[in-house]
Design a protein around this ligand. Structure first.
Ligand code: NAP
Ligand code: MG
Length: 395
């Protein structure tokens, strides 16, 4: 069989157990079928340290240039990691750096298999969470007054205008918080959501609390609606999908009763909370795909979980681990499928789909890693390596 050819994508290697899985996936499942054409960037912590984190910036630029990237999980260093790896600096989160460079929105979708039942009975199709990854309480200024006093909201315009309003006349101590967001960031978020919905051919829901937050949340609602009416309404109608805004409490109630199969766009904090709820309800973080989509149409695929440190330490001791490689495999298939779609390379798209089906078939056939076997009575728990070999025999 001749190898499938492809145009280049950016490949971002990572750390610990996922780095081990990365190499195994390439050897076992990709190289035998595809003439892998990647620009390789080693984002493993030792190389980030050696390059003064330049490699992360170069990798982000490569994703922008090539349009498609695939990323392995990476360590975000804390003080303990600085000591463990004798780092020159506590380098920033690579995901944060790449997200800032691409101005992207993160979409997370569970991978569904028929022998692992979601905790919510009615959810038969995946629910994708689209989280705005900028601003609000994540960029807030906070203050804790401890004596009586007046708190005010003040804005001084460069044009000489001024806004000043009392937030509260404190008669005792209390708490204060100043949040902001930017029209440009909200618009990028909306654009990414509309494009993703068209790509996935699924309805898009957006929810916030505009009845209470009459300026802040209402601005989000209006920007979404303006962009939808001006640019996407016709395409949505043609694709037979819907966009609507609804209050977040109404959305929660409707999602719980739904069968899934929609994209649910949420503000930063709401998305943080709801994505943990949705992923737990579907079973496991190791069965969750994650893609960062930029407003100008670049895509970075990764797994939603981390570097699985505890398994890595066992691996270093020579033990065989049963770490779930599915989300990392789907990061690769996502990137290959997107590359194929952009280039009209149907052989590549078909291969990526076949590999995804082989993963699902393997698990549905009762062969899985330990994290899933614990949720699936009667299943055979195998090592990562044996799982990959079974997937290969199922391609
Ligand atoms: P984690 O790597 O996601 O692992 C937490 C636990 O979840 C594991 O110990 C394991 O539980 C289970 N788990 C996660 N993925 C699994 C898989 N594929 N197969 C089987 N079990 C899996 O999170 P963490 O331990 O909090 O973080 C470790 C490192 O990852 C940190 O340095 C963090 O900075 C980094 N991180 C990176 C990313 C990213 O690059 N996107 C995201 C999150 C965290 P058991 O041990 O009970 O089996
Ligand atoms: Mg969270």
């Amino acid at each position: 069989m001749s190898l499938i050819k492809m145009n280049p994508i950016a490949e971002l290697d990572g750390d610990e157990m996922t780095r081990i899985l990365w190499a195994m996936i390439k050897d076992t499942l990709l190289a035998p079928y595809v003439e892998l054409n990647t620009e390789y960037y080693d984002l493993g912590l030792p190389n980030r340290d050696a390059t003064g984190d330049n490699v992360t910036h170069e990798a982000a630029a490569a994703i922008k240039r090539l349009g498609v990237g695939v990323k392995c999980a990476t360590i975000t260093p804390n003080q303990q990691r600085v000591e463990e790896y004798s780092l020159k600096e506590m380098w920033k989160s690579p995901n944060g750096t790449i997200r800032a460079a691409l101005d992207g929105t993160v979409f997370r979708t569970p991978i569904i298999v028929n022998n692992i039942k979601p905790y919510v009975r009615t959810w038969t199709r995946p629910i994708t969470i689209a989280r705005h990854a900028y601003g609000d309480i994540y960029k807030a200024t906070e203050y804790r007054p401890t004596c009586p006093g007046k708190a005010e909201l003040v804005f001084t315009g460069e044009d000489g205008s001024c806004f000043r309003e009392t937030v509260y006349d404190f008669e005792c101590g209390g708490v204060l918080q100043g949040n902001y967001n930017k029209d440009s960031s909200i618009a990028s978020f909306a654009e990414a959501c509309f494009r993703f919905a068209l790509d996935a051919k699924q309805d898009l829901w957006f929810s916030a609390k505009d009845t209470i937050s009459k300026k802040y949340d209402q601005t989000f609602k209006f920007i979404f609606q303006e962009i939808y009416d001006a640019k996407y309404k016709a395409e949505f109608e043609k694709a037979g999908i819907a966009y609507f805004y609804t209050l977040i409490d109404d959305a929660v109630a409707r999602v719980m009763r739904s069968e899934g199969g929609m994209i649910w766009a949420l503000k930063n904090y709401d998305g943080d909370v709801m994505s943990d709820m949705v992923s737990s309800a579907f079973g496991s973080l190791a069965m969750m795909t994650s893609v960062l989509v930029s407003p100008d149409g670049c895509f970075e695929y990764e797994a939603a979980h981390g570097t699985v440190t505890r398994h890595y330490y066992r691996h270093l001791k020579g033990e065989t681990t049963s770490t779930n490689p599915v989300a990392t495999i789907f990061a690769w298939t996502g990137a290959l499928k997107k590359r194929g779609e952009l280039d009209g390379n149907t052989a590549l798209v078909d291969f990526a789909k076949a590999l995804e089906s082989a993963c699902v078939k393997t698990i549905e056939g009762g062969v899985m890693t330990n994290d899933l076997a614990l949720m699936c009575p009667g299943a055979k728990s195998v090592s990562s390596e044996d799982f990959l070999l079974t997937v290969r025999s199922n391609i």
